[in-house]
Write a new protein. Sequence first.
Length: 121
Amino acid sequence: MTTSQQKYPEDDNQFVPRRHSMHLVSQVITRISKGAGTGTTAEAWGISRRVVRSWVKAYDQGRLEILPHVHHWDIEPPNGPVSLGICRGCLEEKKFRNHQPGDSADYSRFRMPHPNGKRKK
């Protein structure tokens, strides 16, 4: 369904984003409610500050309900056994294990297919 075909609620006061998904709007509002600024949030998601401010205004006026949060991690490049990840939405921090040469992890389930499509039995 394109934005021109999007159905709008009967309540004219309810906020409906025109170009972005409600999921993205919810991520942005969650991040700002955790203390991030509108400018840094707009930059992190690649959205104009004007659009972000309009979403915040609609949320503050009670015209916008946010969806449950799903993490969207920005993870540092590998440098040692763990890398720090920060959620774009809620700014939660989490450590992610990096694969190190010599790890005993079993990666055998990730087999490459045989070039002619045949598998060994």
